[in-house]
Design a protein around this ligand. Structure first.
Ligand code: PEP
Ligand code: MG
Length: 755
C-alpha cells in the first residue's frame, strides 16, 4: 500500500496555510488539489462542485486534463462521482472502471487511472460537491485514508462556501430568486398561515476547523458533551415539560442518544485527525445524516432530527453561540422553515408568534408534527429542496390542509388566501358559538359527536370542541412515539389521565392497532417486514398470537378504570371467534383482579371495530355477543375496494360516497338496530360534512372524528332534515354510477344543508 505523506494532520496544517493567503477561491482550489494529491500519493485529485442541485461540474484537478476544468459535467447519480453525490457516501474502488456505475468522459483523460476514492463535500449536511483521488495502479485505499479525505472535504466545503466559487457556480443560472414559487408538499397539521419566512438556523457555522492542539480540543469536546448531558437532565426536570407526557418521552430519548458512547468515540477520533472539537461534531453529524437518510427503517430516519438537535446544542456549547437568537426577533407572523427539527427546538420559539411551519423532511407522526398540531401551527412537510428557494423575510403562505406552499406569492394568491383565512376565522367563530348547542337535526334527531384522540396533548380538545366524548382512543400512539415498550404503569398512567379528563363522558379505548404502517421502533423490523403489510400480521392478530402484550394492556385498562366505566374495542377483527378469544382475555384479567381483591371497573362494555369485510356476513352471530360496534371506514373502504388507503394513486379512485359503500353501511345500520347494538363510525369519513350527512342519511346516529371537524359537522347537522334525506337516499342505493356525491351535493344545496 502507498501511504499518505505526513498523514492528515500535516495536510490540514498545509491547508490552513493555503486558506490564510488572500487569494481567489478558484486559485485556492487549484492549490488544494495539488496539496491533496501529493499528500495522499495520488496521481489525480479533482474537485467537482454542485450546480443547480442537479449537476456536478469539474472545478479543479491535478492529474486530469486541465482543459476539462469547467467543461466536464455529470448529472447527480451519473457515473461514480454522481453516485457519491446522490447517496452522500464515499466510494472506495481499487478497480473503478469495472464498476457498473462508471461513466467515461474522454475529455478528462482518466482512462489510465484504475483506482478511485471519492467522498462527498458536505456543508450543513448538504452535498455541495465531490472530492476524488485516483491512482494508475489498482490501489486499495484504507479506511483511514477515506476518513482523512472526508476531513479534508469538510475544510473544502468552507473554501467553497466562503469563496467566490458560489458565484461561479451559478454563472449561467437565471436569477430566479425573486420569482414566485409554488411547491406541493405533504400536510402535517391543518390550518392556513400567511406570514414571513424565518429560517430556523439550528446549525452553528463552524469557522475554526483546524486544530492547533489536539489534546486541548479533546478536552473541550468532553467538557461540552458533559455540559450537554447536564442541560438535558435539567430540561427533564423543568415543570413546564413535566405535564406533557410526550415531550418528556422525547427528551428521554435525547438523553439516551447524548449518552451514547459510540457518538463520543466517533467525535474524539475526528479530533485526533486534526479537527477542532466543533469541526469534529459537524463531521460526525454529516456522516450520521448520510447514514440515517439511507436507513430503511423509518423510525431511524425520523430520529435523525434528534441527532441534529443534539449536535446543534453541542455546537452552541462549543462556540458560545446563544440559543435561537432568531426567536428573539421573531416577527409576529413567523413561518418557520427548517430542514427538520426536534420538538424541543419548536418549543424554544414563542408560539404566539408562530403561524406556520415548513419542513423539508419530517413525517406526519414525528414528534415535531405532533407538537405542532397540539399548538395549532399549520404545518407542511416533505417539502424537498424548499430551503434553497426561500430567503429570510420572504412572504410565505402555508396551506396545512392541502400541503401547498406559496413562496413570494402574487397579490392574487395573497388576496385569495387572505379571504380563505378570514372565512376560516369567521367560521371558527360560528363553530365556537354553537359549541354548547346540541347536535340535533331540524326534525329533532339527536346525533352523538365524539372525537378521535391518542395522545395526552389531544385531551383538551374534547372540552374545546364540545364533543360528547372520545369515540376512538388510538392506544398505539403511545407505543409509536416511545423509544421503548411502555410499561404497565406507563399505560395505567395514560389511561387514567384520559378518564380523568373525560370525567364520565363516553371514552372508547381501542386496543393496540400495530403492524401495517404503524411500526413500533423497538420491534424487530424483520418480524414486520411483509409483502402486504395492510393485509398482514397486525392489530388483533398480533394481540392474539402474542397475548402477553394484549393481556398487559387489558390489565392496564381495567386497573385505570377502577370504580368507573370501561369501554374498549378490538381493531381488525375478521371473524367472530377472534372477538370471542379477545373477550375471553378480558374476562380472565377481570377475574384475576377480583381474585386479588383489586378494585375493578364499575361497568364494562366490550365492542369491536368493523373494518374487515368478512365480518359483514357474520353480523347475526356477532351482534348478540358485543356491547357496541364501531366502523373503521378507513380500513373497511380499503378492503372493500382493494385500494390501499396510503397510496395516493388509488386512494382517491373509489368514492366513500359510492352506492356500494353507502348500501353496505345501510345494511349494517339495519342489522345493528334490529339487535339494539349501538353503532358508531370513527374513520375519517365522519369528519367531512357531506360524508357525515350521508352517514346520517343511512341511519347512523353516532360519529367520531378529529376535533377540528366537530364544528363543521355540527353546523351541518343543525341544518339537516334527517327523515327527508333518508327518504331521498332510498332511491340512490341501486344507481349504477361510481359515486353519489353529485346527488348528495344537490340535496344539500336544494335543502340549505351547511356542508
Ligand atoms: C379506520 O380504519 O377507519 C380507523 C378508525 O382506524 P385507523 O385509522 O386507526 O386504522
Ligand atoms: Mg383501522
Amino acid at each position: 500500500m502507498v501511504g499518505s505523506v505526513g498523514g492528515p494532520r500535516v495536510l490540514l496544517r498545509r491547508l490552513r496555510e493555503v486558506m490564510a493567503r488572500p487569494e481567489a477561491a478558484q486559485k485556492r482550489l487549484d492549490r488544494i488539489v495539488v496539496l491533496i494529491a501529493a499528500n495522499m500519493v495520488a496521481e489525480v485529485c479533482s474537485v467537482y462542485l454542485m450546480r443547480d442541485s442537479r449537476e456536478l461540474v469539474l472545478f479543479a484537478t491535478e492529474g486530469l486534463k486541465p482543459s476539462a476544468v469547467h467543461h466536464t459535467h455529470l448529472r447527480v447519480g451519473e457515473g461514480l462521482v454522481g453516485d457519491i453525490a446522490a447517496h452522500a457516501r464515499p466510494l472506495n474502488l481499487s478497480d473503478a472502471q469495472s464498476h457498473p456505475g462508471f461513466a467515461y468522459r474522454p475529455e478528462t483523460g482518466e482512462e489510465i487511472y484504475k483506482s478511485l476514492m471519492g467522498v462527498p463535500i458536505l456543508r450543513s449536511g448538504r452535498v455541495v460537491g465531490v472530492l476524488v483521488v485516483q491512482n494508475r495502479t489498482k490501489r486499495h485505499y484504507t479506511e483511514e485514508e477515506v476518513e482523512a479525505l472526508q476531513t479534508v472535504a469538510m475544510v473544502l466545503a468552507e473554501v467553497v462556501a466562503a469563496g467566490d466559487l458560489v458565484n461561479l457556480q451559478s454563472f449561467d443560472e437565471p436569477d430566479r430568486a425573486r420569482q414566485a414559487y409554488f411547491q406541493q408538499a405533504a400536510s402535517f397539521a391543518e390550518g392556513i398561515a400567511l406570514g414571513h419566512a424565518v429560517l430556523h438556523e439550528p446549525r452553528v457555522r463552524v469557522t475554526r476547523l483546524i486544530a492547533e492542539d489536539a489534546d486541548a480540543e479533546l478536552e473541550r469536546l468532553e467538557q461540552s458533551v458533559y455540559a450537554l448531558r447536564v442541560s438535558i437532565d435539567d430540561m427533564l426536570e423543568t415543570a413546564d415539560l413535566s405535564h406533557a407526557g410526550e415531550h418528556r418521552e422525547v427528551l428521554q430519548s435525547y438523553r439516551m442518544f447524548a449518552n451514547d458512547r459510540g457518538w463520543l468515540k466517533r467525535m474524539s477520533e475526528a479530533v485526533k485527525t486534526g479537527l477542532t472539537a466543533e469541526a469534529a461534531v459537524e463531521r460526525v453529524q454529516n456522516d450520521t445524516r448520510a447514514r440515517l437518510q439511507r436507513a430503511a427503517d423509518p423510525y431511524l430516519r425520523d430520529r435523525l432530527h434528534d441527532f441534529d438537535d443534539l449536535a446543534n446544542r453541542l455546537l452552541r456549547q462549543l462556540t458560545g453561540v446563544k440559543l435561537s437568537s432568531a426567536s428573539d426577533n421573531l416577527p409576529t407572523d413567523a413561518i418557520l422553515i427548517a430542514r427538520n427539527m426536534g420538538p424541543a427546538e419548536l418549543l424554544d420559539y414563542d408560539k404566539t408568534k408562530l403561524r406556520g411551519l415548513v419542513l423539508e423532511e419530517g413525517a406526519q407522526n414525528a414528534h415535531v408534527s405532533i407538537v405542532a398540531r397540539a399548538f395549532g401551527i399549520a404545518t407542511v412537510g416533505r417539502a424537498e429542496g424548499i430551503l434553497d428557494k426561500i430567503e429570510p423575510g420572504d412572504a410565505i403562505i402555508v396551506d396545512g390542509d392541502t400541503g401547498a406552499i406559496y413562496v413570494r406569492p402574487s397579490q392574487e394568491v395573497i388576496d385569495s388566501y387572505s379571504e380563505k383565512a378570514r372565512f376560516r376565522a369567521r367560521k371558527q367563530e360560528q363553530y365556537k358559538a354553537i359549541r354548547n348547542e346540541p347536535a340535533i337535526t331540524t326534525d329533532n334527531v339527536p346525533i352523538s359527536l365524539f372525537v378521535n384522540a391518542g395522545l395526552q396533548v389531544d385531551l383538551p380538545h374534547l372540552d374545546e370542541s364540545g364533543a360528547d366524548g372520545i369515540g376512538l382512543f388510538r392506544t398505539e400512539l403511545q407505543f409509536m412515539i416511545a423509544s421503548r415498550l411502555p410499561t404497565l404503569n406507563d399505560q395505567i398512567e395514560l389511561y387514567s389521565a384520559v378518564l380523568d379528563s373525560t370525567s364520565g363522558k363516553t371514552t372508547v379505548f381501542r386496543t393496540l392497532d400495530i403492524g401495517g404502517d404503524k411500526m413500533l421502533p423497538y420491534m424487530d423490523p424483520q418480524l414486520l417486514k411483509e409483502e402486504n403489510p395492510a393485509l398482514g400480521w397486525r392489530a388483533i392478530r398480533i394481540g392474539l398470537d402474542r397475548p402477553g402484550l394484549l393481556r398487559q394492556q387489558i390489565r392496564a385498562l381495567l386497573m385505570a378504570s377502577a370504580g368507573r366505566t370501561l369501554e374498549m374495542m378490538f381493531p381488525m377483527v375478521a371473524d367472530v371467534s377472534e372477538f370471542q378469544q379477545a373477550r375471553a382475555l378480558v374476562d380472565k384479567e377481570l377475574d384475576r383482579l377480583k381474585r386479588l381483591d383489586k378494585p375493578v371497573p364499575s361497568a364494562l362494555r366490550v365492542g369491536t371495530m368493523l373494518e374487515v369485510p368478512s365480518l359483514l356476513w357474520q353480523l347475526e352471530t356477532l351482534l348478540p355477543l358485543v356491547d357496541f360496534v364501531s366502523i373503521g371506514s378507513n380500513d373497511l373502504m380499503q378492503f372493500l375496494f382493494a385500494a390501499d388507503r396510503g397510496n395516493p394513486r388509488v386512494a382517491g379512485r373509489y368514492d366513500l360516497l359510492s352506492p356500494a359503500m353507502l348500501h353496505m353501511l345501510r345494511q349494517v345500520v339495519m342489522r345493528c338496530d334490529a339487535h339494539n347494538v349501538p353503532l358508531t363510525l370513527c374513520g375519517e369519513m365522519s369528519g367531512k360534512p357531506l360524508e357525515a350527512m350521508a352517514l346520517i342519511g343511512v341511519g347512523l346516529r353516532r360519529v367520531s372524528m378529529s376535533p377540528a371537524a366537530i364544528g363543521p359537522v355540527k353546523m351541518m347537522i343543525r341544518s339537516l332534515d334527517a327523515a327527508k334525506l333518508a327518504a331521498f337516499m332510498e332511491g340512490l342505493y341501486a344507481l349504477p354510477g361510481r359515486s353519489l356525491r353529485d346527488e348528495l351535493m344537490r340535496f344539500a344545496d336544494e335543502n340549505g344543508v351547511a356542508v
